[in-house]
Design a protein around this ligand. Sequence first.
Ligand SMILES: [Ca+2]
Ligand SMILES: [Ca+2]
Ligand SMILES: [Ca+2]
Length: 572
Amino acid sequence: MKRFLVLLAVWLSAYSSALGAPTLKDSNLSVTEITSGLSSPTTMAFIGTDDILVLQKDNGQVRRVIGGVLQPSAVLDVAVDNSSERGMLGIAVHPNFPTSPSVYLYYTESSTAGDSSGSAAANRVYRYTWNGATLASPLLILNLPVSPGPNHDGGVITFGPDGKLYVVIGDLNRDGQLQNFPGGPAPDDTSVILRLNDDGSIPSDNPFFSQGGNVAKYYAYGIRNSFGMAFDPVTDDLWMTENGPGSFDEINLVEPGFNSGWEKLMGPDARNANDASGLFSLAGSQYADPKFSWLDTVGPTAIVFLDSTTLGAEYENDAFVGDINNGNLYRFKPNGMRNGFVFSGAGLADFVADSGAELNETIIGTGFAGITDLKMGPDGRLYVVSFGDGKIYAISNATLPPSFGITTLPPAEVGVAYNVDLNINGGTPPFSVSLVTGLLPPGLNPVGETIAGTLTSVKGSRFTLRVTDNIGASLTQRFKISAVAAVNIGNQSLPTGRVGRNYNGRLSARSGKKPFTWSLIGGSLLPSGLSFDGAAGRITGTPAAVGDTNLTFQVTDTLGGVTQKALTLSVR
Ligand SMILES: [Ca+2]
Ligand SMILES: [Ca+2]
Ligand SMILES: [Ca+2]
């Protein structure tokens, strides 16, 4: 089944895409081309429904795909070194995006002004700010080595359910303690998964934090190279793929302090002449065998757990893995404890694919021309980045009717823009949404796959919507939207202060929806001696001088309602 030359699991940067279309074994599943025309795409991230950022390895560009349309200009173009596996490699969107509009990128920065090959400065992680159109204001949060390489740069970055940023880098062909040579050079930020706070600082609950130095940053080590990390949505455990040399690629469950065994062990301990006794053992570390291995390397890349029933209930929360060498899509069903996989063939009882027949059980799709990323979209579909085709595909289940991905809608506030995605999944896109019975609250309407508009009066409602897909399959669902009057400031006046006496003024919001945040606007300043707590809406302190001060307060509620009021604070 080797349709491509296997080159020790390196990126195949020059292969033809004359491979035929992607094909799935399950005839209920279908592949849709989302976009084409990408140049050596490595990875992608959703910043909204049908709004994708995708990275191009060799020219250091971040491109944007809106509604399947590749936008003509890049949202970022930096100078990368693209020799071998170097380049624009990793993206992670802040877990509180867009409230926290941070987007993180991992790339091999060139030491020259333009893109280069063989003139790398470093592998680096930068935090950018998404301004709605471009990535701006880069802040360097992690500087990693790059030599000798040029391969095994890792590059995948992802946020965990713990809000921490996980970053993987391979061995860069070094032979030190982190590659399990106990007498070798000290830990040097290679062959590791790093775990960081969102500002790049080191979390105090890291497994080796108390040992200080470089190891304080590490979550795992002994990793040859990896192009895939994902968290199990059921257990919150970290999983990763690892690339073997001439034999044994791996899928690993990464517990805190995990040592994957490279360069002494690759694949299960039982298949190696070495054993785990000779490894470099940091206090708090543990070696564990892979949960699955390929004897003949396939170049596994992305891993993702599908936290959705969009492909059918039988695929929910299964692990999917792609490869770069063959363009295969693999599916793995977790066991009951979700600490390994279950297989039907006796040959996989050892969790090693030794033959074509054993391999075949794990393959669900072929013809993807070198997969570099897999992500679950906001619509619950499985998205595939094809390096060789320069395309993004989505996998759907055409036999399932479309459905609404949400059951409750948030309240609407008079005068505040409302825009809620109905998160439609299943079926065959594109979808249309229509009103079946009832009325939406005044000012709100179905718009595309959202409810949008601005509420004009305090009138909630119940109504039924129908979603219809491209082949006429449909589903109806009842919804309710409650209405909230516009937020206003209840104070008619502020209490009068006395010089030298404790002051305690409290602002009160009426209507709107908690929590409220307060601010002083228009450049107004409190009388000296007083301070303002915007979260609590309180003015406290001890006034120092007699006088009247005109102040303008603003309150914002959780639905986005905003209002201001001018009040006078008198001190006698
Ligand atoms: Ca560039
Ligand atoms: Ca291993
Ligand atoms: Ca086997």
